[in-house]
Design a protein around this ligand. Structure first.
Ligand SMILES: Cc1cc2nc3c(=O)[nH]c(=O)nc-3n(C[C@H](O)[C@H](O)[C@H](O)COP(=O)(O)O)c2cc1C
Length: 201
């Protein structure tokens, strides 16, 4: 199995961590030290956010926690089929509301999801740097997550995150094995424009 950094060739020199991070589904079902997970959450804590409001919230469980089987049921069956071998699961929430200012009701935030995305990115890069991989999952039962984890209504349920040590694809159901490859990206000129959008973009 080639390393992601061998398959992915950046167009300009960047820190190797950015191409080393990817989203495998084959994990080795090993246990994770609680402190390892705390280090990933700590990296997320230092993300930038609008007004430094830090609207992200994380609810986590290690595979040794008794809630593990119930938490797998919060994932779409497709995701549960591989995430069962992760070492930790994290659900990421973001606060839709900004703190109240004198005398006025709490206003809606325009950037709560954007900010939470920055926190996810930092978590995932820290995981890769520590020899793990973190795999984001939008395929979750949002209302079941809200209820099971007692999330207040003003928190948006963003994603689930499966974190583990990568294993060989043979662990995966056959249909997923051939998809277990690091993906490529659109070329930079399709994404970044000098001074204005090109016609027809
Ligand atoms: C918000 C979000 C939701 C995602 N949801 C799922 C999911 O439900 N199941 C899954 O297998 N992968 C999911 N992914 C993983 C993406 O498919 C993956 O990040 C993308 O294909 C890019 O590949 P890479 O992360 O390996 O670089 C999700 C990623 C993000 C950022």
């Amino acid at each position: 199995m080639p390393e992601a950094a061998q398959v992915r060739q950046p167009g300009y020199p960047i820190e190797p961590l950015f191409v080393k991070r990817w989203s495998p589904r084959a994990f080795d079902a090993s246990s994770m030290a609680r402190d390892d997970l705390m280090r990933m959450l700590e990296a997320a804590r230092w993300a930038a956010s609008a007004y430094n409001l830090q609207p992200w919230r994380f609810v986590y469980a290690l595979r040794s926690d008794p809630v593990w089987p119930q938490w797998l049921d919060l994932l779409d069956p497709f995701n549960a089929a591989w995430a069962k071998d992760a070492s930790a699961l994290v659900f990421l929430f973001s606060d839709r509301l900004m703190p109240a200012r004198e005398g006025s009701a709490r206003q809606r935030s325009r950037s709560h999801s954007f900010d939470a995305g920055a926190a996810w990115a930092q978590l995932s890069l820290q995981a890769t740097a520590m020899g793990y991989q973190a795999h984001a999952m939008g395929g979750i039962d949002v209302e079941a997550v809200r209820q099971a984890l007692a999330a207040p209504e003003h928190f948006h349920v963003e994603i689930g995150i499966a974190i583990g040590r990568q294993a060989l694809p043979v662990r995966l159901p056959p249909a997923l094995r051939e998809r277990e490859l690091p993906s490529d990206r659109l070329p930079l000129p399709q994404l970044a424009f000098d001074t204005s959008f090109p016609r027809g973009a």
